[in-house]
Design a protein around this ligand. Structure first.
Ligand SMILES: O=P(O)(O)OC[C@H]1O[C@H](O)[C@H](O)[C@@H](O)[C@@H]1O
Length: 423
């Protein structure tokens, strides 16, 4: 369970004053009468996911592990960020025991595409193409290139090395997958892209990368209970949501999501899509930004400390690191670092976090919200997903907006399609 500490948040209103409004909104969410109610399948997913498909995911993941060195995950937005966030958080950035996962379909960069294709040319490859709509341009461009590569490399066997995760019936990708005989997995109609990490979108790549998806689902399901109460005293996700709202009333328009683990930077990217696309509409919302400390204390730290007071920080601390390291002694001590000899480096990381909190809070006057998760396991990731889902649904509904659509994203696409000559 994620713990929440609002003692450093400088809230000028009482969170509990919002209890009535929270109860009303929570009821509309649970009863399915809220705005965007056709996209609230994530709420009950831990109970009603398709067991037969789930077993097929596990079998497919095993098959991928047995036959490939590299899994290409081809997708963008929600069809990319969730799996990458989970895989990197749990496995770290340089795993040695798991299949290598490479991401494509998330950029128009020709250089990136060419370099990935060159890198994989002599490797044993499986492709998981993921697109809810089945028509996203970046993904479609990369997938055509990958498909041709796979067909050239594997001939008739290519179709057993390509797996499509998409809508159950609609879209170009579904039609293509059926025609080519790819194994397919379904992104449910009632779960939007940025919530889809809990569906086959996240489950298959995570399982193939060796994550314990049973633990992930357990974390998610426990989260449904732990963040399921409308009572603010009992629900840290809702208290966090209300605290954000209060801080926005106090004039803070930017939320800096801070983690202290480099392997959680993609969690921050995933969180940015979840929060930005949900809340950033009707000319409302808090701009979600992120930083990885202490790394970015050496870059952004100056602004946070002394710059314009536009932001508050939401720190995601991790109680137990996946691995700790003891700092070694050196008899000569020429670098003068022996004062840390025998100490845990994670302890030093936590002292850096403590010192930073004091600096930003006391001297800088920056409000700080503190979230603490127990560890970086698949269970913790699942649990965290539900925490942020519940929080952003509540804040956005409090704004009076629909948390589950993203009409603004279409505007650039229209211009781009015109310029690209798409009919
Ligand atoms: O899964 P897809 O349909 O390919 O969509 C991928 C992404 O593209 C969009 O433009 C949306 O803004 C995102 O919410 C979505 O996750």
């Amino acid at each position: 369970m994620i713990k929440l500490d609002l003692n450093h948040a400088f809230l000028k209103e009482n969170v509990k004053d919002y209890q009535e409004e929270v109860c009303r909104i929570d009821e509309s969410l649970v009863q399915g009468t809220c705005k965007g109610n056709d996209f609230i399948g994530w709420l009950t997913w831990p109970q009603d996911y398709d067991r037969e498909e789930y077993a097929r995911i596990k079998a497919c993941a095993k098959r991928i592990q047995d036959m490939a060195d590299v899994l290409i995950v081809c997708g963008i937005g929600g069809s990319y960020l969730g799996p990458r966030a989970g895989i990197e958080m749990v496995n770290g950035l340089y795993p040695t025991k798991q299949i290598e996962v490479i991401y494509m379909g998330n950029t128009f960069s020709s250089t990136y595409i060419a370099q990935v294709m060159d890198y994989i040319k002599d490797k044993s490859v499986v492709v998981n193409v993921i697109s809810k709509s089945g028509t996203t341009t970046e993904t479609a461009i990369a997938f055509r290139i990958l498909k041709q590569f796979m067909e050239k490399k594997y001939g008739a066997e290519a179709s057993s090395r390509i797996i499509a995760t998409t809508d159950k019936a609609r879209g170009t990708l579904k039609t293509l997958a059926d025609k080519e005989g790819y194994e397919t997995f379904v992104i449910p109609d009632n779960i939007g892209g940025r919530f889809s990490v809990i569906t086959p979108v996240g489950l298959l790549p995570m399982a193939a990368a060796g994550l314990d998806i049973d633990a992930f689902m357990k974390g998610l399901s426990d989260g449904s209970g732990e963040y399921g109460d409308a009572d603010l005293d009992k629900n840290p996700a809702y208290r966090y949501a209300v605290a954000r709202r209060i801080l926005q009333h106090q004039g803070y328009d930017v939320e800096l999501f801070v983690e202290y683990e480099p392997q959680m930077q993609m969690v921050a990217e995933w969180w940015k899509q979840l929060f930005g696309e949900s809340e950033g509409k009707d000319e409302l919302g808090i701009l979600p930004d992120s930083a990885c400390f202490s790394t970015d204390l050496h870059s952004l730290g100056q602004f946070v400390q002394d710059g314009k007071k536009v932001l508050f920080e939401t720190n995601l601390y991790v109680d137990q690191p996946a691995i700790d390291v003891l700092f070694p002694n050196d008899d000569k001590n020429e670098d003068g670092m022996n004062y840390l000899a025998g100490k845990s480096i994670d302890w030093a990381n936590k002292m850096a976090a403590k010192g930073t909190l004091m600096a930003h809070e006391e001297t800088g006057g920056v409000p700080n919200i503190i979230l603490t998760m127990p560890g970086m396991s698949a269970y913790d990731f699942g649990n965290m997903c539900m925490f942020f889902f519940k929080a952003i649904a509540l804040t956005t509904l409090m704004n009076g907006s629909n948390p589950f659509n993203q009409p603004g994203v279409e505007v650039y696409k229209k211009n781009m399609f015109k310029l690209l000559g798409k009919e």
